[in-house]
Design a protein around this ligand. Sequence first.
Ligand code: ADP
Ligand code: MG
Ligand code: ZN
Length: 501
Amino acid sequence: MSLAVVYSRAQTGIDAPLVTVEVHLANGLPGMSIVGLPEAAVRESKDRVRSAILNSRFEFPAKRITINLAPADLPKEGGRFDLPIAVGILAASGQIPSERLEGYEFVGELALTGELRVIRGSLTVAAQAKASQRGIFVPKGNADEAAFSGHSAILAASHFLEVSAHLAGETLLPAHQITLSAPGRPQLPDLRDIRGQHQAKRALEIAAAGGHSLLLIGPPGSGKTMLATRLPGILPDMNDDEALEAAAVQSISDRGFSPTTWKQRPFRAPHHTASGVALVGGTSHPRPGEISLAHHGVLFLDELPEFDRRVLEVLREPLESGQITISRAARHADFPARFQLVAAMNPCPCGYHGDPSGLCRCTPDRVRQYHSRLSGPLLDRIDMHVEVPAVPKEVLLQPKGEGESSQVVRTRVARARKQQWQRSNCYNYGLSNEQLDKHCSLEKDARELLEKALDRLNLSARSYHRTLKIARTIADLSNEEIIAKSHVAEAIQYRSLDRQM
Ligand SMILES: Nc1ncnc2c1ncn2[C@@H]1O[C@H](COP(=O)(O)OP(=O)(O)O)[C@@H](O)[C@H]1O
Ligand SMILES: [Mg+2]
Ligand SMILES: [Zn+2]
């Protein structure tokens, strides 16, 4: 036997497509060539594989070795294919049996000593190996992460010898087990910490219930950041699929996957100096950016007008589609980015416009200029605008714990979301115009109010639809199918920027 076929997996976006590693031995001038990997990766891989084989006391065949990684056009990072290549060389040269290879997949980088080094993205690899019903060999350091896929045949090895011993039937590796003890809800900041600010808290609840994006406008110190950080705590738990997707994004990021965050809704707050690549993702091997790390969670953009306009423009695509396509040269990768946007800003450059203190000396021109730094098209996609005035001292001094806890609010939010899902298979933020027509029955006086507001505030068609969506969510929170006048009246309040423009 001089041909061996070994399965492995590449990484594109959060996908891990199958790669077939074919190893062919022929008589001729000894040497090794690898087809289907970038040149630099090939050189390094050759050295590691050769050395690891020799250091594991196997023979490195004195043959012409040709290795083909197919499909050729799939972008591949080098290291992870060391293990399948080494296994293939041993099998093709008859040093280990090759009959059972078909039932397995292999990923792992080899050290010169034969030790196995961790790779990025093992969670997705394991999830897809599971779907293909093949066992998967991973470096020991990746085993816990891989186990979150729920795969019951993960074989964790710390050295190449353990892999070869298993395949030879000498010493079998046990399937890696971890107990997925749901870590329980972590201590998230609670709504109860916020004094006063009833309107803003109500807006936060509506945003949570309908998945609406939210812009908080208020002077420094009024509690905008406090509010934003409390959104994850009033969102219902992620289901298993959502948790797996969120973890898969983490798993291919530079930071890697952290089991302690399993099932926690992410909260990402990139600084306004963040580059486009940091926010959206990119670089030569595509990596997820902040918006993807916020998948199924919250993206908080504080000081929104300070962000680079071009960077903000890029958010339009994921806000509509829930994903982002990163293109580089001829290649592209899709990353999920279904985040809930919360943004915050001051009302004017000094921050105190409209404050009773009268501190603000900004001219109307400067205030307008400040607002115009926001990209119109992005602003157009923000469902709710909420003013967060400074809280009077007396209120700040009130004892803590007066208001509702996050848990109580979360229960209401969860019920409203369930209702939306049953009605339209999406949350209200995602209702199409046709769905809006179908699912938003208004009482007569509610319709009249909405039409009057349209005229008087000169709302765009887009604003009109936004208002209707929010009214739908408000009605859902009070468990009513028909939208009433009070629901519309409240919804109109959350479009305050429509009035100023
Ligand atoms: N409504 C409030 N209830 C309790 N504390 C508040 C409130 N608003 C502000 N604070 C206090 O002021 C600090 C600053 O609030 P923060 O949310 O950072 O304001 P902003 O983001 O609007 O500048 C908080 O850490 C908190 O101690
Ligand atoms: Mg703040
Ligand atoms: Zn000002």
